[in-house]
Design a binder for this molecule. Structure first.
Ligand code: DGT
Ligand code: CA
Ligand code: CA
Ligand code: ZN
Length: 583
């Protein structure tokens, strides 16, 4: 299992092809080949089977995947053998490695980058930043002050996100390492701490805490974990390593039993939360560290074995890790008024998922069965609308057929789970819905989502969303800010105004559990809740396995301090039917 971190995933093949296409574009190469690489990348990314295993199986042909021709097949074999391929290496020699980083800067396309290389010989991000600050970019045709500002803003954002990893990736590494270290003799527990335990959407590094008589032996063994690429430090209490292709740092610490609770508390953070807790301890005449809570007057340890004990001795209720950001949780804990956060067990159904009718990879029946097996009472099938032509989105006629089919399924009851007929309807550039209201009226659950034209100015985007909210059939605003973690920032709009309108019109806001989105974010959830908003936490699953992503959405909801009453898919079926006015 651990080897899988070192092996090539479909995502890796896709990335290598996509990057090469980018480099070819900078080099101004043949657009037909560029397109075939891009196409290959997207096919592979979405392919349900592992490309690596097909390539390794002599009885199979990789060209059986639609969109993969002979040329790409040879490239894929080369990538599998060497991790790269000849043409890519040649391009990387020609252009500095930063070429690929430059592409992540908004406002910089391949043509502009080629021009920058040619004209300024700029090779680093700092160099690019200097060019913009010194107002040099505007010397080039069609470039001006506005572009310089845009690039500077984008570099700022780039710096903030570089070196961070998706929470889901952290979970995967944590699970494999926990398995590996848990097998060492005398290890009683391996527990994640830090931002992962707090459920933060991205993590800077992974913090693992090991307990038991075998804990220090585990630190020695850790460096043998197959995915380790570099050992950063190794001591009796702490080992730091890098794992996987992207070099995620993992800090592993051995804890003594008597200070297990205070160490958990300390290494879970956040730093801001810990500072505030420590200030409280000092005021009460204590000293708090990872070794325990000590009375100042005689240095006697009064707590440390459990987290609960530490908080209790400070006059605080135990605070869920997701709330530990120093945003008012300590005050609430001191008054015993912490919210009862929503839990996975509270969720009764998932109301955003796709099927083979559009770009999902499983049928309605397969999705329903997977949801039933998770113990859900209901799901909504919400395929795309026709504006997503690439995904073969539903038009009005197919919507009607689909609604009729779902009525039949529910009447027969043979799937053992209630299906709501739904759609993820595109919100067009002008804020109109992609489908006629008459068609939407046939459905139980209409999600409205923005998928295109995301670079509008804030006032235009606000107007667009407000207009969409006027559709009387809309139930949910899907992934409301459009962010893609580590890739695309939220599109700007007047959040307060849109939330106010959504509340007035009874439209809920989505907490999309896809690990790349987690949209809304925790701070926006709290802001929306304060305005009276209600939420659905759903997965946007395109495969039965994605239903398990709900976990990340629930963590995000908890970081947004939501209680079961705020989350509409905690309602039992009978109440959900009433909520959605399904008769
Ligand atoms: P990250 O890794 O950027 O996603 O965020 P965290 O919160 O996991 O931060 P990290 O890994 O630097 O430290 C883990 C926890 O250790 C942190 O949340 C709080 C605790 N801590 C408190 N004070 C310090 C300190 O001075 N240095 C370090 N390294 N950790 C501290
Ligand atoms: Ca960390
Ligand atoms: Ca750390
Ligand atoms: Zn969707």
């Amino acid at each position: 299992m651990a080897e899988s971190l070192a092996a090539l995933e479909n995502r890796d093949f896709a990335r290598i092809l996509g990057e090469t296409a980018d480099l070819m574009e900078i080099a101004g190469e043949d657009s037909f080949r560029i397109r075939s690489y891009r196409n290959g990348a997207s096919v592979i990314e979405g392919y349900p089977e592992r490309v690596e295993s097909i390539l390794g199986d002599a009885s199979r042909k990789i060209t059986e995947i639609p969109g993969i021709g002979k040329g790409l097949a040879a490239v894929l074999l080369e990538i599998r053998a060497t991790g790269t391929f000849d043409q890519r290496e040649k391009l990387l020699e020609k252009y500095p490695p930063t070429a690929l980083e430059f592409l992540k800067i908004q406002g910089l396309g391949p043509k502009t980058i080629a021009l920058l290389f040619e004209h300024f010989r700029v090779t680093t991000m700092d160099g690019l930043e200097r060019l913009c600050r010194d107002q040099k970019l505007r010397e080039l045709p069609r470039m001006g002050a506005k572009l310089e500002e845009k690039i500077l803003r984008s570099i700022e954002q780039y710096k903030q996100r570089s070196g961070r990893f998706l929470l889901s990736y952290g979970y995967r590494v944590a699970a494999e390492l926990t398995d590996f270290l848990g097998n060492v003799d005398g290890v009683t527990s391996v527990t994640p701490a830090g931002s992962l335990r707090r459920g933060k959407e991205t993590i800077g590094d992974l913090d693992l805490l090991v307990t038991g008589p075998g804990a220090s032996a585990a630190l020695t063994r850790a460096v043998e974990f197959p995915a380790v690429t570099e050992v950063l430090g190794q001591g009796p209490n702490k080992t730091s390593v890098r794992v996987g292709r992207e070099g995620l740092q993992v800090d592993i610490r051995a804890l003594a039993d008597e200070s297990r609770g205070s160490a958990m508390q300390y290494f879970t953070g956040s730093k801001e939360h810990n500072v505030a807790v420590r200030v409280r301890a000092v005021r009460m005449g204590f000293k708090l560290s990872e070794y325990g809570l000590f009375r100042n007057e005689d240095d006697v340890r009064v707590a440390g074995e459990t987290e609960e004990g530490v908080y209790q001795a400070l006059g605080l209720a135990w605070i869920p890790p997701e709330m530990r950001e120093n945003c008012g949780e300590i005050e609430l804990a001191s008054e015993n008024r912490l919210p009862q956060l929503v839990r996975m067990e509270d969720i009764r159904g998932d109301l955003h998922m796709h099927t083979t009718a559009t770009d999902g990879r499983a049928t309605l029946e397969e999705m329903a069965e997977a949801a039933r097996a998770r113990g859900y009472e209901y799901i909504a099938i919400t395929d795309h609308s026709k504006a997503i032509a690439m995904a073969f989105g539903l038009d009005e006629k197919r919507v009607e057929e689909f609604a009729a089919r779902v009525r039949e399924i529910n009447a027969s009851g043979h799937l053992g789970i209630h299906i709501f007929s739904g759609i993820e309807c595109d919100i067009m550039k002008d804020g109109t819905m992609d489908l006629a209201w008459d068609a939407l009226a046939q459905l139980d659950f209409v999600i409205g989502s923005v998928h295109n034209n995301m670079t509008m100015e804030a006032p235009a985007m606000t107007g667009r969303l407000l207009r969409a909210l006027e559709c009387p059939h809309l139930r949910l605003l899907g992934h409301p800010t459009g962010r893609l973690l580590l890739h695309r920032d939220p599109f700007p709009f007047d959040f307060d105004r849109v939330v106010t309108a959504a509340v007035q019109r009874g439209v809920a806001l989505e907490i999309n559990s896809s690990p790349e989105r987690l949209d809304l974010s925790a701070p926006l959830i709290r802001a929306a809740k304060a305005k009276g908003a209600r939420f659905y936490v759903d997965t946007d699953a395109h495969h039965p396995q994605h239903l398990a992503n709900l976990h990340y959405g629930v963590l995000t909801a908890r970081r947004g301090w939501l209680e079961p009453g705020d989350v509409l898919n905690t309602l039992p079926l009978a109440e959900q039917l009433r909520q959605l006015q399904v008769t």
